[in-house]
Design a protein around this ligand. Sequence first.
Ligand code: FES
Length: 114
Amino acid sequence: KHFKNPKFVKEIKNPSGKGEVGNIRCGDIMHLQIKVDNNKIKDIGFQTFGCPAAVASSDVVCGLAMGKTLEEAKKITKDDIVKELGGMPKIKLHCSVLGIEALKKAIEDYEKHE
Ligand code: FES
């Protein structure tokens, strides 16, 4: 569901923060943007050249982060994603960190320019 019909594959115009990460294991790239208002994530979107597992797990990251405070969003873990997806093959676990790392970078980017 999160791969075939992702809700958050979109570009956020005039984002408050942007994160870009590459996956060391496979070389795939993730771009993620956030819109912050009153210390909460009001909108979030990503674009990736990653695999279906990266798309699905990043869509879950965005869904979990939406509406959260920045502090809450920083605490999202790989385990939260895997739980939400109902499991993930071990060989694909490295794909699930792309979205989390991009989210953390986007928050850092926002905090740097705040
Ligand atoms: Fe590269 Fe999954 S194989 S993100």
